[in-house]
Design a protein around this ligand. Structure first.
Ligand SMILES: C[C@H](O)[C@H](O)[C@H]1CNC2=NC(N)=NC(=O)C2=N1
Length: 94
């Protein structure tokens, strides 16, 4: 099973992910796209990446603002899987 990261490891990971913030046991980023359709297209790409990784974000869609919340539910907090998916979402968001 994937291990929970220490606070220090999470902070170190977040240093390379400036768009993300930690809220408790999750990593959170809100991405504003130019339009609702663009936002949904990004969600579609994130969904494909999440399926490939078998690691899935919580996704809150509000018109063209989408909030991605990452946590490893099976571990009860933040693991390397969340940092890796955050980095992938950053690449997809451009
Ligand atoms: C069986 C399968 O590996 C699990 O259900 C996966 C699927 N996606 C998941 N996604 C997230 N974010 N956390 C999990 O613990 C998780 N578990």
């Amino acid at each position: 099973m994937t291990e929970l990261l220490s606070d220090g490891s999470i902070d170190a990971g977040l240093a390379g992910l400036p768009e993300w913030r930690r809220t408790g046991d999750s990593l959170v980023r809100t991405i504003e796209s130019p339009s609702f359709i663009d936002a949904i297209e990004l969600v579609r790409k994130v969904a494909a990446a999440a399926e490939a990784a078998n690691h899935h974000p919580d996704i809150d869609i509000r018109w063209r603002k989408v909030t991605y919340t990452l946590s490893t539910h099976s571990a009860g907090g933040i693991t390397q899987l969340d940092l890796d998916l955050a980095a992938q979402i950053d690449v997809l968001a451009g």
